[in-house]
Design a protein around this ligand. Structure first.
Ligand code: 8YV
Length: 315
C-alpha cells in the first residue's frame, strides 16, 4: 500500500525526520528554491501538511493542496494557520499542547530573572576583566516579592504563576473570567489594570486577530519606566514599533522577548538597546519537549490515517 503524501513545511530534528520518512511519503517544501512551483507540482498529491507553530499554513498553501485532510502543527500556537480557509475546505487541524507548557513557563521566568539581575552583562563583566578593573558590577533590580501580571491565564500562564509563587510575588492575572484554581491570585478584568499592577508583565495569551497589538502604547506606559514586559507568546500580541519607541525613550523599563515580528529577522533597532533580552524563539526548545512535540505531531497524523480520533484537535 502506498504511503500517504505529507507536505513538510519546515525542518524537524533527525529523531522526528526518520520516523516521519518511514511512515509517510514526505515532500519537503522547505528544500525547494521555488516554493510556488514545488506546490504546483506536488500539491494535488498532498493528504496532510506537517508544519511548525511559527510557520503555519497560509491560505495559498492550503489552496495549493486541494486534497489535504489535515494540518498537523508542531507547536501549541496555530495562529499562522489560516483557520478560516481550513474550516471552509474541511481540513482538520491539530497542535501540540501540554507537552511544552513547563518549558515555555521556565524560559519566561528565567528571562525575567536574567534581565532583572543583568546576568548577560554580568557574565561579560566577569569575563572581560571589568570586575578587576572597575570593581563591583552595577546594582540591578530585585525580583522576589515584587508584583507580577499575567496576561492570559491559559496552560502556560498558569504554570508561570505557579513558578512566581515560589518567589513570593504578588500575582495578578487577566483572562476572560477568573479561574477557580487561581484563587490566591488577583483577577483583574482589563489589560490596563493588569499593567498598572505589574512590575513584571508576562504575555502568555494565544495569539489571534482579536489579540493583535493588545499590548499597545497605553499598556506599555502603564507598566512604566520601572516595569518589564516578558513575551513568550507571539510577537503580534505586542505593537513592536510602540515597544521599541517606549524602550528607546525609557517610558517602559525593559523587555525580555522570545518572539519577533518577521522572525528570524530582528528589527535592527532592538540591537542598539541595552534594556532588552533577546531570545531566538526557543521557549519550547529542550530535547525532552521537542521529542514529545514530534511524537504528538506524528501521532495525530497516524491517528488520522488510521481513521481514529485525533489526539489534540483544534479544528
Ligand atoms: C515552535 C511555538 O513551534 O509552540 C509554539 O507555538 O511557536 C514553538 O514551540 C517551535 O519553535 C518549533 O518550531
Amino acid at each position: 500500500m502506498s504511503k500517504p503524501v505529507i507536505l513538510q513545511v519546515g525542518p524537524y530534528p533527525e529523531w522526528d525526520q526518520v520516523p516521519l520518512d518511514v511512515a509517510f511519503d514526505v515532500r519537503r517544501l522547505f528544500e525547494a528554491n521555488d516554493k510556488k512551483a514545488y506546490l504546483a507540482e506536488h500539491g494535488n498529491d498532498v493528504r496532510a501538511i506537517a508544519t511548525r507553530g511559527e510557520l503555519g499554513a497560509d491560505a495559498d498553501m492550503i489552496a495549493a493542496c486541494p486534497n489535504a485532510e489535515l494540518i498537523s502543527v508542531y507547536g501549541v500556537g496555530y495562529d499562522a494557520v489560516d483557520i478560516e480557509v481550513a474550516r471552509e475546505r474541511n481540513v482538520r487541524v491539530t497542535n501540540t499542547p501540554d507537552v511544552l507548557t513547563g518549558d515555555v513557563a521556565d524560559l519566561g521566568v528565567a528571562m525575567m530573572l536574567c534581565l532583572s539581575r543583568g546576568m548577560v552583562g554580568a557574565e561579560t563583566w566577569a569575563r572581560d576583566g571589568s570586575w578587576a578593573e572597575k570593581g563591583l558590577y552595577p546594582l540591578k533590580r530585585r525580583v522576589f516579592g515584587r508584583k507580577a501580571g499575567i496576561l492570559g491565564l491559559g496552560r502556560i500562564g498558569y504554570e508561570v504563576g505557579k513558578r512566581l509563587q515560589g518567589f513570593g510575588m504578588d500575582i495578578a492575572y487577566t483572562d476572560l473570567a477568573p479561574r477557580d484554581d487561581a484563587s490566591e491570585w488577583t483577577f483583574l478584568s482589563t489589560p490596563r489594570e493588569l499593567a498598572e499592577h505589574a512590575d513584571f508583565f508576562f504575555v502568555t495569551l494565544a495569539a489571534s486577530e482579536k489579540t493583535r497589538h493588545i499590548v499597545n502604547r497605553e499598556i506599555m506606559d502603564a507598566i512604566g519606566p520601572d516595569g518589564m514586559i516578558i513575551n513568550i507568546s507571539r510577537a503580534s500580541n505586542l505593537d513592536e514599533d510602540a515597544l521599541i519607541e517606549a524602550l528607546q525613550s525609557g517610558s517602559l523599563g525593559s523587555a525580555a522577548l522570545d518572539v519577533f515580528e518577521g522572525e528570524p529577522a530582528l528589527d535592527p533597532r532592538f540591537l542598539a538597546l541595552d534594556n532588552v533580552l533577546l531570545q531566538p524563539h526557543h521557549s519550547s526548545g529542550t530535547v525532552e519537549t521537542r521529542k514529545a512535540m514530534g511524537q504528538l505531531l506524528r501521532d495525530n497524523l497516524s491517528a488520522h490515517f488510521a481513521g481514529q480520533p485525533l489526539l489534540t484537535p483544534v479544528l
